[in-house]
Design a protein around this ligand. Sequence first.
Ligand code: MOS
Length: 733
Amino acid sequence: MKFDTPATTNPIDQMKVVGKPTNRIEGPLKTTGTATYAYEHHDVAANQAYGYVVGAAIAKGRIASMNLADAQAAPGVIAIVTADNAGKLDKGNFNTAKLLGGPAIDHYHQAIALVVAESFEQARAAASLVRVEYSRSKGSYDLAAALDTAITPPTVFGTAADTSVGDFATAFAATPVQLDARYTTPDHTHAMMEPHASIAAWDGDRLTLWTSNQMIAWSVGDMAKTLGIAKENIRLVSPYIGGGFGGKLFVRTDAVLAALGARAAGRPVKVALPRPLMINNTTHRPATIQRIRIGAAADGKITAIGHESWSGDLPGGGPETAVAQTRLLYAGANRMTAMRLAVLDLPEGNAMRAPGEAPGLMALEIAMDEMAEKLGMDPVAFRVLNDTQVDPEKPERPFSQRRLNECLQTGAEKFGWSKRGKPGATRDGRWLVGMGVAAAFRNNLNAKSAARVRLDKSGTVTVETDMTDIGTGSYTIIAQTAAEMMGVPLDKVVVRLGDSSFPVSAGSGGQWGANSSTAGVYAACAKLRDAVVQRLGLASDAVFADGKVKAGKRSFALGEAAAGGELVAEDMMEYGDLAEKFQQSTFGAHFVEVGVDAMTGEIRVRRMLAVCAAGRILNPKAARSQVIGAMTMGAGSALMEELAVDKRFGFFVNHDLAGYEVPVHADIPHQDVIFLEESDPTTSPMKAKGVGELGICGVAAAVANAVHNATGVRVRNYPVTLDKLLDKLPDSV
Ligand code: MOS
């Protein structure tokens, strides 16, 4: 099915099942520990051996020598895979060959060997006996020191690294109220609960991988290329995923080395990345340095806005797209954005929840707060005044829907924004109290997505698609979609996900999963409805409701259509050019109240509210969970999260969950989420968009702005920690 004209009325609009706050259908499996995660597939292949990854102990250079003798002689060892014996690996689609380093070393903890043994403990013990001599070469590890060497990437995901409208420099120079400030965001790690893990089993030249992966079809293609085998000979299975956040968009070391280890050992091999290895071995959200210039007339209208961002990556990598939102968020006739990329020999920078916008808004939305202060305007009113209903870089392109102002105004009212005092003016005992606001913005993307649906004679509808559920609620919204389309209750729907033997879906990434994957299920169900109608000899306007199909006076139980054998329909939703004609984005406003201890500078989040406008909300309960999770992650990036770079030796020092701090329950006392009622007919027949990444966008800046309102201290370098406040707190204690 092709979606190339805005949706009209369709069965989803009944909203009998879709749009209802619905518990996760796989929730009981997860809460009882019976959902099988990658490392737990103990029974799928007999005689599993254990692989343990050896990571490089230098960041850049070469392996001078590697002595495996002691490791090979250790108890239980079956095989050791290194670059010397693995055979040639193709670089794959995502530099996959680099997942096994040697003799050249590209970054710290890059895998250089996999030791396979009878037990995990034996593999780990033997791995410690691998003797490696390195010759270290000089690397580049300090973004701030590498700015002079940064280049302009030719393109960034198919768009220009730089954009320009009007004459920014001249207009900025002429503005009466100006801001020119520099902000920094540190490297972040995904820190998902479930580590990267895979079990690989070969049957002749056919490989099956039970793994934890967001994008099944990408990863099948990548594994095939890397190993030089046909895609058809690889099956990937990933039914449950304990978080991904972008860290599992691609196959990683565990998958490639499990496959190589299983080949070498001649039996199935399972590999999990230990937590202390994950952070330097896998990808991360790269640090940024951002310069923002905003010029406004005395009435608060922005006339010039400029945003430059510097980030680093390994040779051949790409920049963090931190200027993305500034191209679309606020009006202003004269504008410029620019992305610069330096070579850094740290682990690979890549996507993490809302790549681009998340760190971009961390800077932009402090800048907007600073401008409002300079103008003597309320920060909500300043943003509302500078709203735009068209793409500010291409004014002929409207937003499909844009209710940012309503998000801001609704939030201000519900949060009690009018009680916000002047900076440093509100006290609650020893706490300095402040409120902050920030806009949330994230683009909506649609990706083609296919599904197969089966109807059996009991009236049960089974959906199969390689879509993944990374904790987001895919199982449930897909079940809701099929139930709505086929007119059956939820308990008559079975959803099977995360298997490459199912039709290729959009996968989970870029907050495109919810709308895209359900649209694919919609298309397949539309075909199944046709098949049902035909089988029963009904008119095409038959009604599917209450487990029945009715046309005129005739009514059948749905299962009767399958009395003579299962009915199967498969289709894919594909997209025309509506996303070019309309700018499809999601919007929100975050409000945060913090308390800052007047004596110690300790910062506590007291309340958070998000108001989101993101198309039809398919399952308000799951969507709320997505947003509160993202708000929590945003609070972490505001106050805690920072990979500390060892600039001498080039690695992230705090590479475990003891040293890399993320919020716990006690850090997040109260959160509310409001979804504006909306449906966007330009996105798909589901009229939905994504929320999973929107929820984190802007949160950190709202926290930082609240800290400023509480204390009068402006911190422009994340995370906002008490040491950055301590000598500047008002001495009113
Ligand atoms: Mo997302 S950062 O595309 O999983």
